[in-house]
Design a protein around this ligand. Sequence first.
Ligand code: AMP
Ligand code: MG
Length: 501
Amino acid sequence: MVRSTETMDAPIRRHFNFDNSFAHSLEGFFTFCQAEPAVAPKMLQFNHALAEELGLDPVALDSDAGLAIFSGNTAPEGSEPLAQAYAEHQFGGFSPQLGDGRALLLGEVIDTQQRRRDIQLKGSGRTPFSRGGDGKAALGPVLREYLIGEGMHALGIPTTRALAAVTTGKDVYRETRLPGAILTRVAASHIRVGTFQYGATRGDVEKVRKLADYAIARHYPDTAEAENPYLAFFAAVADAQAALVARWMNIGFIHGVMNTDNTTISGETIDYGPCAFMDRYAPGMVFSSIDQHGRYAYANQPEILIWNLARLAETLIPFVDPKQDRAIELLTETIECIQPLYESHWLAGMRAKIGLSTEDPHDLKLINDLLSVIEEGHADFTLVFRRLSQVLRGDNDTVRNLFKKPDAFDVWAQRWQKRLEQDGVARETSAQAMDRVNPIYIPRNHKVEEALAAAVDQEDMMPFSKLLAVLSHPFDEVAGNEAYSEPAPVTNIPYQTFCGT
Ligand code: AMP
Ligand code: MG
């Protein structure tokens, strides 16, 4: 029996070609730790395409042996499971010692495009950072992270990915009893602004320097050659994050918990807890049940990003210049550039959404006026942009019918078409370009809830699979999938999301 288990496991155990740099470079930023065994694990979802991208064997892993790994029951050969330490500003208040309370980094692999990627189990049991928590995750939030992360990826937005979702066979207790589950998450890295804060608040300057050097080598190697590498590193993180948040805003995404532990150094979106996509455009919209003061409302996201990046800047002061005043001055100058940088990323995204291929100084006003018309017209953000291309194909009605006050839209559409003529691009060419950046399918909140409810309450994964398939091709409209593009029926109950804990 022992032999047969070994032969079954051997190729899988070897299959991950782990190359663990974090564990070997950053002592003091983690604790080695093992996953809790899962009693009766079951594979719910496995991402074949991502496995291939990672250079893994999808067929060999979509199996009992793979299940043993993704449930935490077998540590694959070469893995060095560890819980990472980090601090965090949560809703503006500081927690100096958090860390992976329910996650384990198994290790890193080099993917088929020579990119280093983290493989992490989320929900695999208690760690030294669990505090009062059980270290577990419930099925609903695991599937939610899977779905929205993969949806964001298909939309072309940098994000952590989902390799597998399994149930553990053991319930977890939240407000009610829920099936326990584990997500296998893939990330460019799990280094966060909070990781730097963790080192800095301990006053260990050399450790923070080591972390910065590691992050530079891993994510922004060009900045090592700059005249002031740490300042250039900060500017590079700021640019990646400004570009990311601009993409969120372009697509109507609300993260919901933009704490400093959820702001990655890589510029990937991370931690899909109480996030949501806007349907009716309302910039002040808040979804998260824990965000009582609207700190992380849609329209506040760019400002919060700058606040979070300023927390990163504080940790880099000792390395930017030997004179503290000068270091602060240099970092402050860079922070002041983030707003205009963000605006230029945002504007470029919005120009593409309305089909503009050149720049005109009046574009900002044209775009802002459209947003006002959408807001006042109580129209669906995603559908307005998607249906705008129809105007260029001679169909005005589809889009104008989305507005409560179509006249205001008509006036705007005249100005817009005049501006488009200035570009001199064929109307159909512009329409096609617009359809490549304006999705028809986004993770609509009601469809996500429907898929999760079926999976959790009825053990029916069909709605989840169907939704995942639709979200994997967000720009290709398919007849028969209308239910996935429609906003939720209007009710008086505002949509609320809850933390994934
Ligand atoms: P998150 O909401 O995932 O960003 O988590 C915030 C912090 O709480 C992190 O340090 C997590 O590791 C920790 N945490 C969340 N849920 C749990 C849990 N069930 N058990 C232990 N720690 C948790
Ligand atoms: Mg987090």
